[in-house]
Design a protein. Structure first.
Length: 208
């Protein structure tokens, strides 16, 4: 797909209407994340989509900078935040590759359902490590397609090559953890619902 933003802009309205696939797992991830919050925290969310998670977390922190390269996703996110009366989120249309990420600017970075969609995972993680303050944490939830025994590990690259699907990188949970460690992170905790191979791996990693 020559322009991946076309797919995400096209799907934005439908995406916003979709129910959360596993509400119990989502709420557990929210609770774990909020256990790290302080009222003065500055948070960055990359690939924020239509803003649901940023809006959920906003009352617990000072400010959230939420970015996504889909203008349609960001438009919906802004509407949702306004309807909820949330004023401490700045939504911006940009990719993680193009965002101006100042060194040591954030206490936490949220990378939820995004690390399998970036072209260079190691570079992105290195950039996120740099933008965190010492002791800051990266919270990620990532579908590691390389763990699947089914057809998805084969169909995802073929769909991208045929320009029918956005780029989806195939890697294992071990690959993801290794990338985090190479970037300098220390793994604080990791969890996957039910231990199923198709579920996203949830990781909290700290910048020591």
């Amino acid at each position: 797909m020559a322009d991946p933003t076309r797919f995400w802009n096209w799907i934005a309205t439908r995406y916003a209407k979709q129910a959360i696939g596993d509400e119990a797992a989502y709420q557990r991830k929210v609770a774990i994340t909020q256990g790290y919050f302080r009222p003065d925290m500055m948070v960055l969310e990359i690939g924020c989509g239509t803003g649901t998670t940023a809006i959920t977390h906003a009352p617990h922190v000072a400010h959230i900078q939420a970015v996504d390269f889909s203008a349609n996703m960001i438009a919906i996110a802004r509407e949702k935040a306004a309807a909820a009366g949330v004023q401490n989120i700045s939504f911006e249309v940009t990719s993680v590759d193009d965002a101006a990420l100042a060194a040591g600017a954030y206490d936490m970075v949220l990378a939820l359902s995004i690390l399998h969609l970036v072209a260079d995972r190691d570079q992105v993680l290195a950039d996120l490590f740099r933008t965190l303050k010492p002791g800051g944490v990266l919270v990620s939830s990532t579908v590691c397609i390389g763990e699947s025994l089914g057809f998805m590990k084969w169909i995802a690259p073929l769909g991208y090559a045929a320009r029918l699907l956005p780029m989806v990188r195939v890697f294992t949970e071990a690959d993801l953890i290794a990338s985090l460690i190479r970037a300098g992170f220390v793994i604080d905790q990791q969890w996957k619902p039910d231990g199923k191979k198709t579920r996203a791996l949830f990781v909290v990693a700290r910048k020591s």
